[in-house]
Structure formats: structure tokens, C-alpha cells
Design a protein around this ligand. Structure first.
Ligand code: HPA
Length: 272
């Protein structure tokens, strides 16, 4: 069955449970799940009960779509995203975004944990993504193109919506949240980068590096969504002073910064 037909079946099944179309789709990044608690009248649907939906093959990974409201906006929030490094294909990683779009969401907000390469950044800072570089080695748009989903050669002159960037900057300023604006580069992972790779990635113009978001944003832009991305800078990746990274430390910093991200994203949604 082709992608379009699978999407129709997925959408039909979800609409039986939640008839109202969501306006905004949100993807919560590693250690950044707190927004889930802000959803009013929350209606969770586990991934494994949704026809054709990408399944968690990773042991102990739970995932669900949560429908509900933030302020006056109807949202659908992905709790648990799929990463290329886990073994999912680019098509599987981006299927949930296709579903959000097919359900009616016009806006995608994606968050992630990322390594900061800009020396002006500090661990725990947030960065609104102004542009991206795809170094993952895959692209979810490869293959036959279905014109009903988007054009063959989607424009990428402005993948991240400038109005949403400005709105996030206003909200951050009002709440005294440090918010940088920068370029996010995606690599496949799962290893963290070498010093030589950080030097290279900084040299090609990236401010933060991570292992997600870019495929989902490519699918969202292909589908005509307005996109906002926010990185939580969990560790500094400066080649000259690089120390051994610890996943524990990365998750700890993400957890500490998470309330800022939740505030920022929920206010952006309310004021869209
Ligand atoms: N690379 C380096 N540091 C990180 C990453 C990454 O992909 N994600 C979070 N911290």
C-alpha cells in the first residue's frame, strides 16, 4: 500500500477516537517531556494501536500521541520520537509528521537535545533553530514523489518560519529566558562526535549538533507546514576544551532546562 493510502487509513482510525482536527503538532525531544503535563483534556493513543504507525522496536521504549488543548489551540503531541540511529528508516522516522499533517495540523514544533558548538552558548541554554544542515546521510523525501503530499523539489530557502522565530524570541525575552538563534546540523549518530568532526561541523556553519529533527522538518516542509525548532543545549562541544561526554550529564541538563522549553513552547502555541 502506498504512503497516501496508508495515511488515509491511519487518519480514519485516529478520527474515530479524536474527531477534532489538531492545529499544531509537537515533537518532544530527549529529556524534554514536560510539555505533556500542560495538555488539557489529554487523550493519549499508544503508537502500537494506530494502524500503519511506526512501532517502537526498541525495548522499553513507550510512545504515544497525545491529543488535547494548550490554551485555545488543539494540539497533537508525540511523546517518544523515532531516531534514525535506532534502526528506523527515514520514512518510518517521519511517518508521524505525515500523520499530523494529514490530520490537519498546519504548524510543527520540534524540540531536541543538542551539543553546542558556538562558544557563546552555555549548557542549559535554548536555541531557536534558524536553519539546518542535513548530514545524516539519508533523506525521507527520496523515492517516488506523491504530488498530493508535496512537490518533488521542495524549496528550503526558509524551512523555519521567521514569524515563529520572532514570536519565540519575544516570549523568551519577556520571561528572561536565554534564547540563541542558530543553525542545527543533524548527523546519524549514535556516537557523539570526534574533536575533528566538531571542528568540521562548526566550520561549515553549524551552532548545534544532534541526531534528530532534520528528517521530520524535511517532511513537514514538504507537506507545507510552518515549522519551529528549539534545541536544548545539553553540552558544549568545543574541540580545544572537549571532555568526555556523559549521557547522564546530558539528560540532567535537559531535565533542568526543560521547564524553560515547556514555557516557551506552550506560550508560542497559545499566541500563534
Ligand atoms: N552530539 C553532541 N552532543 C550532544 C548531542 C549530539 O548529537 N546531542 C546532545 N548532546
Amino acid at each position: 500500500m502506498n504512503l497516501w493510502d496508508r495515511l488515509q487509513e491511519t487518519v480514519q482510525a485516529i478520527r474515530k477516537e479524536v474527531p477534532e482536527a489538531p492545529q499544531v503538532g509537537v515533537i518532544l525531544g530527549t529529556g524534554l517531556g514536560g510539555l505533556g503535563e500542560k495538555i488539557q483534556a489529554a487523550r493519549p493513543i499508544p503508537y502500537e494501536t494506530i494502524p500503519h504507525f511506526t512501532r517502537s522496536t526498541v525495548e522499553g521504549h513507550k510512545g504515544q500521541l497525545v491529543f488535547g488543548r494548550i490554551g485555545q489551540k488543539r494540539v497533537v503531541v508525540m511523546e517518544g520520537r523515532f531516531h534514525f540511529y535506532e534502526g528506523y528508516t527515514a520514512a518510518e522516522v517521519t511517518y508521524p509528521v505525515r500523520v499530523m499533517r494529514a490530520l490537519g495540523a498546519q504548524v510543527l514544533i520540534a524540540s531536541n537535545a543538542a551539543g553546542g558548538m558556538n562558544p557563546a552558548f552555555a549548557a542549559g541554554d535554548l536555541m531557536v533553530i534558524a536553519d539546518q544542515i542535513n548530514l545524516m546521510g539519508v533523506n525521507p523525501l527520496i523515492g517516488p514523489n506523491d504530488e498530493r503530499l508535496g512537490v518533488r523539489f521542495p524549496d528550503m530557502s526558509a524551512p523555519y518560519d521567521e514569524k515563529l522565530i520572532r514570536l519565540s524570541e519575544r516570549i523568551a525575552a519577556e520571561a528572561s529566558i536565554r534564547l540563541h538563534r542558530g543553525v542545527y546540523v543533524a548527523v546519524a549518530g549514535p556516537n557523539l562526535e570526534t574533536r575533528a568532526e566538531y571542528r568540521f561541523l562548526r566550520g561549515i556553519g553549524a551552532d548545534a549538533v544532534g541526531m534528530s529533527t532534520v528528517p521530520e522538518v524535511l517532511a513537514a516542509v514538504h507537506g507545507g507546514m510552518r515549522v519551529m525548532g528549539v534545541s536544548c543545549i545539553t553540552d558544549l562541544c568545543i574541540p580545544e576544551t572537549l571532555k568526555a561526554a556523559s549521557l547522564e550529564e546530558i539528560l540532567k541538563v535537559a531535565g533542568e532546562a526543560e521547564p524553560k522549553l515547556t514555557h516557551l513552547v506552550s506560550k508560542v502555541i497559545e499566541r500563534l
